[in-house]
Ligand binder design. Sequence first.
Ligand code: NAI
Length: 337
Amino acid sequence: MFAATRAASFAAKRSFSTSAANLSKVAVLGAAGGIGQPLSLLLKENPHVSHLALYDIVNTPGVAADLSHINTNSKVTGHTAANDGLKAALEDAHVVVIPAGVPRKPGMTRDDLFNTNASIVQTLAQAAAKHCPKAHILIISNPVNSTVPIFAEVLKKAGVFDPKRLYGVTTLDVVRASRFVSEIKNKDPKDVKITVVGGHSGVTIVPLLSQSGFEFTKEELDALTHRIQFGGDEVVQAKDGAGSATLSMAFAGARFANSVLEATVGGKKGVIEPSFVKSDLYADQGIEYFSSNVELGPNGVEKIHGLGEISDYEKDLVQKCLVDLKKNIAKGESFGQ
Ligand code: NAI
């Protein structure tokens, strides 16, 4: 009896949320991979998604068939390179999420992935420029500090670059920061919001712990900063050659995609997420892209937040970040041009 009532109320809620939502097509490129599969699963649950188009060079028919049995309202299609599959996946897409490319193995930096992933991202950018020039593009493929500039250069060449719609996904850094701080402060992570700025690799990741509302000793600060900057390495080492973060990344990617959907089609106001975007914050130092908190609106990036007041410790971290970031961005831009 109780179960039936609960089920009925759940069904009512779901049908309400589905009918109230504005629906849209989301394409995932690299959908059969370690991130792509759980990310697609989480997107299958998202009430804003009407059509989930899964593209990969392998295995998408199976992943799509599997997900298509889940009884949420979205339709699922699977595409490979055969029969112009990339075009079919991208046409009419409102959001495109890209976790395509190789992940790290122990001992590798994200920059070591450049040679392989740069050309994958370039190819996908050329297709997006042609088939969905107005879509919101979410880049997960590493090195994000370079793949976002590559994507931008390809879109610029095609005359369709809109800086409000291109996002490097750095959400995992804030997810990790929140978790790591909550562990040492014994708090529920949902109440622990940590701003992380800069880029998405090693010293370019700059947590602003002075703004967290918590006090830290110098030892805690050093240890936490290092853990947030190099947290990805813990997963790479633990997986011992089998890849990098996939499940936590899928969680983070689904959160960011949901925020973009809520702001662009869901009519939600005041949606703020960190993202690596074209930004004026350090443009006077020749750094055209930077991750900071970004307010999202109906057309994508609406307002880029500055860093606010930061400590001397963090000023130092930002200076170190900018040195690497400048090189990473230049490398991406020259590849994409
Ligand atoms: P994976 O190897 O498990 O999956 C990658 C998928 O991309 C594979 O299914 C592969 O077939 C596909 N792929 C390769 N070339 C393609 C192409 N031209 N078109 C479409 N699909 C293609 O790798 P995983 O673990 O899913 O990682 C994917 C990327 O995400 C890596 O570059 C990794 O470094 C990055 N990553 C980014 C994070 C972030 O915070 N932004 C966090 C973790 C990983």
